[in-house]
Each structure stands twice: as C-alpha cells, then as structure tokens.
Unconditional design. Structure first.
Length: 175
C-alpha cells in the first residue's frame, strides 16, 4: 500500500475517489454554472483555434498560437468531464437533512473551533467542492471537514494542515 508522507496526498485522492459526492442544491447549481462557463469557454476557444489554423496553419511546429490553443482545449475538456462526472454521481441533500440530530457535525452544521490555541473560528460544513474560505465554509471532503465530521462539542481531533499536524477543539456544534 502507501508508505511515508510522500504518499499521503495519493492516499487522500484515493479516499476522495471512493467517497459519495454529497451536494446541497446550491452547490449543484454552482457546479452547473461552472460547467456552463467552461462549455462557453470551450466554444470560444474552438473559434479562436479555427482562426489560428487559418492564419498560421494547424501544424504544431509552425504555429505556436495554435499549439497553445490545443493545450488549453484539452485542459477545458478534462475540466468539463470532471464536473459532468460529479454532477452525474452527486447526491443532493438539503443542509437541514444533513444535520445530525445527536449534536454531531454533519453537512450544514455551524461549528465553533479552536485550532492549536489560535483565536476561535466559526465555520460551516458544506457539501462536496462547496468550500468558500471567504465565508468560512469547508467541504466535508476537505481535510478539516473530514476531521470535524461526526465530532461533538468538547471533542478534540487531529488534522494535517499545511504539512503540520494541528489539534482542533470543538467548542460548539449548531444545526
């Protein structure tokens, strides 16, 4: 299996690949908006690629602009495929349905925490790929969200953040 710290990231990716992707309705809408934006970008890029091929030829070694557009096209297609996979495999829940009735952290929970003696933070646990640091929300599939999952008031957990082990103390869990 995996050995050493250098494989920790690969192991986390394997775990995420096996996880069910749970999204809130708002998260699904954001995914669909992102997909629509990427599809528009791809259409625009293909028009530019056609122009670049007409002007300088479609041979990679003769037309650097065309070559760069092909690379970007491949990147966009991969992003589109990934988002379509997430949308197709996602389970949609309402945040209230994800909140545990026994005081444990679940999707939709608002959690007050202290990380290694830093000032107290209040975060909201969200669905898959719904993290937004600007509003203190973390996905259940992030390292911090996974560490908090199922925790209750007073629990202490360990999490790897920025290649350092951090101790988290759960001060409060609210629906």
């Amino acid at each position: 299996m995996y050995r050493g710290e250098e494989c920790a990231a690969a192991l986390w990716c394997d775990i995420l690949a096996c996880m069910k992707r749970v999204l809130t309705r708002a998260g699904m809408e954001k995914m669909k908006e992102r997909l629509s934006g990427y599809e528009k970008d791809l259409r625009d890029l293909r028009a530019s690629k056609s122009e670049a091929a007409q002007v300088g030829g479609d041979e990679w070694h003769d037309n650097f602009s065309f070559e760069q557009l092909v690379v970007r096209e491949n990147q966009l297609m991969a992003q589109i495929d990934k988002i379509k996979e997430i949308i197709n495999q996602a389970e949609i829940i309402s945040p209230a349905a994800g909140i545990s009735s026994n005081g444990k952290v679940a999707i939709g929970s608002v959690v007050r925490i202290v990380i290694d003696g830093e000032p107290e933070k209040t975060i909201t646990v969200t669905g898959f790929m719904e993290s937004d640091p600007s509003v203190n929300s973390v996905s259940y599939s992030s390292p911090l969200g996974a560490a908090l999952w199922g925790a209750k008031k007073g629990d202490r957990r360990e999490v790897m953040m920025k290649k350092k082990s951090k101790r988290i103390t759960i001060i409060d869990v609210r629906p």
